[in-house]
Design a protein around this ligand. Structure first.
Ligand SMILES: Nc1ncnc2c1ncn2[C@@H]1O[C@H](COP(=O)(O)OP(=O)(O)OP(=O)(O)O)[C@@H](O)[C@H]1O
Ligand SMILES: [Mg+2]
Length: 379
């Protein structure tokens, strides 16, 4: 049917990837591979594949003339490469699955006797329909597998994380019951047990809140109540609240001036609390935590720096994914579900901002930053 053929698929980010090339003559493979590497179709391209992909309709050039090749080539080198491949006739057909354009196939004939016409186009379209169906099925299958994997991760992480505080609750209530039945429940024991029960219940509340948020987030159902607020004040209040119940120091540095943002106050507090929680949790050997707020690029920048275990470079992105945890945190058995930063990212992105992590390396501390766009100045 063709001397060479290529298959392109549209990627989630809008780019086009070459997923397969085939040439009847192995001697052509090098040139074909170079063509794909250097001149792969783009959304704006004029090659038959690009056009078919863009328009969702087949595109036929029965007679490839030198003039057509010269118009299609983006530069001299491209033209020479096309001449080497010597197309005589070509057609591009879109791959359409469930009403969506997912890619395109390009067929090229070098054989003067084989000129594509409407009959060849109909055949190519029939082939493309089958191909699109198979690719779509493979995608759906991969998505189902991914969903099952996510569910398994969720169940194992959630049950593991819930197990710790629940076991502590059980233990301390039993200790109290026993002490009371023996009539030796003294104040010191009562105080200690109640403090542990209190910590375990607030951990359980935190886990439940994160799980609920993630579920609602993924269902696209997390309403925000934005108001005009002073970001500086918000961070200062969260830090003060923190300072009251941790023994370690949180050093706050705030730039002067207006720091107005339009945001959901409760959700931004949640972001600050998550970052502070992590800063303490992942610096088990102590040390000060630095919090800084300043203007940057028309918005506000919050930076939380700790002297802790650091984040391996390879984990800098995945820790913002659901259940994403870095190997050094797992290795040290620091408790956590890997949801806090995902929740932060979801909140920050919903506000048009960004969140990212930097660390010079393991054991060298981490800095988590949040940038949010500033509110427009009122007239
Ligand atoms: N300040 C930090 N220093 C070192 N590693 C960090 C820091 N903050 C986050 N991490 C890494 O990022 C991962 C994800 O953080 P995240 O807050 O999402 O989850 P978690 O702390 O594990 O659990 P939780 O859902 O209870 O917050 C952590 O498991 C840890 O590996
Ligand atoms: Mg956390």
């Amino acid at each position: 049917m063709a001397d060479w053929c290529t298959l392109h698929l549209l990627q989630p980010d809008g780019t086009i990837a070459t997923v397969a090339t085939a040439a009847a003559d192995p001697a052509l493979e090098g040139a074909l591979e170079e063509l794909q590497r250097r001149y792969a179709p783009s959304q704006l391209g004029v090659s038959p594949g690009s056009r078919a992909l863009r328009a969702g309709r087949p595109f036929l050039v029965s007679d490839v003339t030198h003039k057509w090749l010269a118009r299609t080539a983006v530069d001299e080198a491209h033209l020479r490469l096309l001449e080497r491949l010597g197309p005589r006739s070509t057609m591009g057909v879109p791959l359409i699955a469930r009403g969506r354009i997912i890619g395109a196939m390009t067929f090229v004939s070098q054989t003067p006797r084989r000129r594509y016409d409407t009959a060849s186009l109909a055949l190519a379209e029939a082939l493309a329909r089958r191909c699109a169906l198979a690719i779509d099925n493979a995608h759906l299958h991969a998505q189902t597998r991914e969903a099952l994997r996510a569910r398994e991760t969720f169940l194992s992480v959630a049950s593991h994380e819930l197990g710790g505080p629940l076991a502590r609750l059980k233990l301390y209530t039993e200790v109290l019951q026993l002490a009371q039945s023996r009539e030796d429940l003294d104040d010191a024991l009562l105080k200690r047990a109640l403090a542990s029960i209190q910590r375990a219940t607030s951990r359980l509340a935190g886990i439940t809140q994160d799980l609920l948020d993630v579920a609602r987030w993924q269902a696209g159902d997390l309403p925000l109540s934005p108001t005009r607020l002073d970001f500086r004040k918000l961070v200062r209040d969260v830090v003060r609240g923190y300072q009251d119940h941790v023994e370690r120091r949180v050093l706050l540095k705030v730039a002067r001036g207006r720091h107005t943002v339009i945001a959901d106050a409760g959700r931004l507090e949640q972001v600050c609390e998550n970052l502070l929680d992590n800063a303490f949790k992942y610096s088990p050997d102590g040390g000060d935590v630095y919090v800084e707020v300043r203007f940057e690029a028309g918005g506000v920048l919050l930076r939380v720096r700790d002297p802790g275990i650091g984040i391996p470079a390879s984990a800098a992105d995945m820790i913002f994914e659901p259940f994403g945890r870095a190997a050094n945190a797992e290795r040290r058995s620091v408790p956590g579900m890997g949801l806090g930063l995902y929740v932060c990212r979801s909140i920050v992105e919903r506000h048009g901002g960004r969140v990212w992590a930097e660390s010079p390396g393991e054991q060298q501390g981490s800095t988590l930053s949040v940038w949010l766009p500033g509110a427009p100045v009122r007239a």
